[in-house]
Design a protein around this ligand. Structure first.
Ligand SMILES: [Zn+2]
Length: 466
């Protein structure tokens, strides 16, 4: 069967007679934008011996048509055809953890270009964690002064005795937002609360349950140093951060984390116990949900919708929030979608590209079905889409980042755009080898084909995270 050399594969392709020379086609393209004529992200592309004609309802749709045409022009000739295309999912994202190791602005832009090239439309920016704080907040200067620096980096085999740190200024954040916007990618910031806050507590120890001084974490892991949910001052800090960041990030979404929150400190804390009592909360899980609801409510007043990791809804629903599914709680997340809640799927086992290829071969990523078990037909519409996170504990340089993220990130982009009936794993691998050059031109070197899977016997020796 004839297939175009395009990633993500278009959803409707009708081949007609003949081919057109690349040079001729590049100089003979026409664009017609008619508002309302089709979906915002849809386009129609007609390739005939007379040239290429693009139809879209928006500039965004036209941009996606251009991205398809760009890849078609990588060949010497282009087959005549009519492409009618629109995405399977409205949310197609990737996540950069710029905390454990900082991904520079320059490299971030490369990743944005790579994402835009395969019609992704969201960049989730993980900006705070136990191991550092990465944004300037004027009202809370200690965050960038103290919380952004750790004394060493001791991530598994990746050990560095030197001090490590840094943060992005507001101007730098804006630069990325603008760069992404020009490529129809919205940037969603994440400030992870109430857990993963060791760095915050290094700057403001009084916001933890014990008030004890603590160092910014130097290792990977889950830390008991969480914000005190019974302390209004802890919420006040989060509100201050939100207030400054919503001015920079125009996205209607704002990620407030909520993953991996150990409750040991809360259980022993008088303020937390009092909070539970006064609000009739029966468990610490409910207390976490209460906390996230407060932040979500604050965001709502700013016209924003909160995004939370799925751990957060263990203790109840966060009003109006989008839930990002990553691990456990699949049933609960499916129920959330079935009852009308918006869900983004980032199953760690398939979509975390920091896992090596022995754990997560390309095949597993490519064939993952975002309609998680338990989703009923009425819930499918609430699966907004897919996102591939890249956590950087064990990624100390951009070469390693690219080796792990590509081609798996590209595979997730195809799942986000292409309907299952139009996907084809073998053909994706074939197309990727042609597309590879585009990534290399951006300064991104993907893993080689023989690295996309690890042979059965070797898997057991290489199936480690680092
Ligand atoms: Zn407390």
């Amino acid at each position: 069967m004839q297939r175009l050399n395009v990633i993500p594969y278009p959803n409707s392709v009708e081949f007609t007679e003949g081919t057109v020379e690349k040079e001729f086609l590049a100089n003979n393209t026409k664009l017609t934008v008619t508002p309302g004529s089709m979906g915002d992200e849809a386009y129609r592309l007609e390739i005939t011996p007379e040239g290429a004609a693009v139809f879209a309802a928006t500039e965004k749709g036209a941009f996606y048509a251009a991205k398809t045409l760009e890849q078609l022009l990588d060949g010497d000739t282009v087959p005549c055809c009519v492409i009618e295309d629109e995405p399977a999912f409205s949310y197609r994202g990737f996540m950069i953890d710029t905390v454990r190791h900082i991904v520079s602005l320059e490299d971030t832009k490369k990743l944005i270009d790579a994402a835009a090239g395969v019609k992704m439309n969201a960049m989730h920016w993980h900006l705070s964690d136990d191991q550092g704080w990465r944004v300037q907040i004027d009202k809370r200067p200690l965050l960038s002064e103290k919380a952004s620096v750790r004394k060493a980096s001791m991530f598994g085999r990746e050990r560095e005795q030197e001090e490590y740190g840094g943060f992005f200024t507001k101007e730098e954040l804006k630069e990325i937002v603008e760069y992404a916007k020009q490529r129809y990618i919205e940037v969603i910031p994440e400030i992870d609360v109430p857990g993963h806050t060791t760095a915050v507590l290094h700057a403001y120890p009084e916001l933890g349950c014990t008030g004890k001084e603590v160092e910014v974490a130097v290792k990977q892991g889950i830390y008991p140093t969480v914000l005190c949910a019974g302390n209004d001052e802890a919420l006040a800090l989060v509100y201050d951060v939100v207030d400054e960041l919503v001015e920079i990030f125009p996205s209607p979404y704002f990620h407030i984390g909520g993953d991996e929150v150990p409750k040991t400190a809360w259980a022993a804390c008088e303020k937390c116990r009092a909070r539970k009592k006064e609000n009739g909360l029966k468990s610490d899980d409910e207390l976490q949900t209460w906390f996230s609801n407060k932040v979500a409510q604050h965001l709502k007043e700013k016209g924003k919708t909160a995004v939370v990791w799925n751990d957060t809804i263990k203790g109840g629903t966060v009003d109006g929030a989008t839930v990002q599914f990553w691990m456990k709680g699949k049933k609960r997340t499916a129920k959330y979608a079935n009852e009308g809640g918006r869900v983004i799927v980032s199953d760690f086992f398939a979509y975390y590209t920091d896992y090596n290829y022995a754990i997560t071969p390309l095949k597993k990523t490519y064939n993952y079905n975002p309609f998680i078990k338990g989703i009923k037909s009425e819930g499918k519409i609430n699966i907004a889409g897919v996102e591939t996170p890249t956590w950087t504990e064990y990624i100390t340089n951009f070469e390693r980042y690219c080796y792990l993220a590509f081609p798996r990130c590209t595979a997730v982009a195809e799942t986000g755009w292409t309907l299952p009936e139009n996907k084809d794993e073998e053909d994706f691998e074939r197309r990727f080898e042609i597309y590879r050059k585009r990534l290399e031109n951006l300064g991104i070197t993907p893993a080689q084909k023989d690295e996309w899977a690890v042979p059965f016997l070797k898997r057991f020796t290489q199936a480690k995270l680092y």
